[in-house]
Ligand binder design. Structure first.
Ligand code: NI
Length: 262
């Protein structure tokens, strides 16, 4: 089985003690690549460093909506500079989070638009975080991202939103949320999503799937997401893994990328 964790935060301190073992377990679970996602400037720099150090790990660079109030010309310039590194395969995560509202909404929208324009300019896909901000996310995507490939990560919005973003050409990324017993509505959306639009991800160290719920998440646990997704589509997990991994390799242009070494 070949799997690809398309959204991990391997640079976070919670992996400092055992990062080598975490990556080794990922390899043994069948993962061939991991995309470690930048959340702010320092995390983006660390993501690139990890991608340079470990075969099969690639990076994205961006500023999370939680930290959008840090966004200014200088941050924009630095993201642009980091984005030119060859290990960087996407811009993000960026987007809107009106659940936590850690940054003022106007500043979130500004940072989001700017990163979408950068992705357009550099011809790189975008990784989008959207929580309780469907209307503004869609409006901004329609204005700024008409021909931009990308993924709505940790998908947890409505089925109407799913249809709209798929029509715009986006993929949906599904995490361990898919496995939570009380979220059957999300499995319903997953079942209705064409398999060629689905990416699997962990969002580790967060969002650990059943039966690891509540623990630190890690890339190897993407297998649990794959199993539930395979059930949603009534196909063998090996087939689901193959299709979704191919989706990710194509979206992030990793066909010729080195694979994970444990
Ligand atoms: Ni994330």
């Amino acid at each position: 089985m070949q799997l690809f964790d398309t959204h991990a935060h391997l640079d976070f301190a919670r992996f400092d003690r055992d990062r080598d073992e975490v990556i080794d377990r990922a390899k043994r679970a069948g993962l061939i690549n991991i995309l470690t996602v930048g959340a702010d400037l320092s995390s983006s720099r660390r993501a690139i460093k990890l991608a340079k150090h470990y075969k099969g790990i690639v990076a994205s660079v961006g500023l999370h909506p939680h930290d959008a109030s840090q966004f200014d010309q200088e941050v924009a310039r630095e993201i642009k500079e980091l984005a030119q590194e060859e290990e960087v395969k996407a811009i993000g995560e960026t987007g809107l989070d009106y659940h936590y509202d850690n940054s003022p909404r106007e500043e979130q929208r500004k940072a989001f638009r700017s990163q979408l324009r950068l992705a357009n300019m550099l011809n790189k896909p975008v990784i989008i975080h959207s929580r309780e901000a469907e209307e503004d996310t869609l409006a901004i995507l329609k204005e700024e991202a008409q021909n931009l490939p990308g993924v709505i990560h940790c998908y947890s919005s409505s089925s109407e939103m799913a249809q709209e973003v798929i029509a715009l050409g986006f993929h949906l990324g599904f995490t361990g949320l898919l496995t939570f017993k009380n979220l059957s509505w999300l499995r319903e959306i997953a079942s209705q999503t064409p398999v060629d639009k689905i990416l699997l991800e962990t969002d580790c160290p967060y969002m650990a799937p059943e039966p690891k719920r509540g623990k630190r998440n890690e890339p190897a646990f993407v297998t649990h997401v794959a199993e539930v997704m395979a059930d949603c589509h009534g196909i063998p997990v090996s087939e689901l893994a193959e299709i979704t991994t191919e989706n990710g390799l194509e979206l992030f242009a990793l066909e010729n990328q080195a694979r994970l070494e444990g």
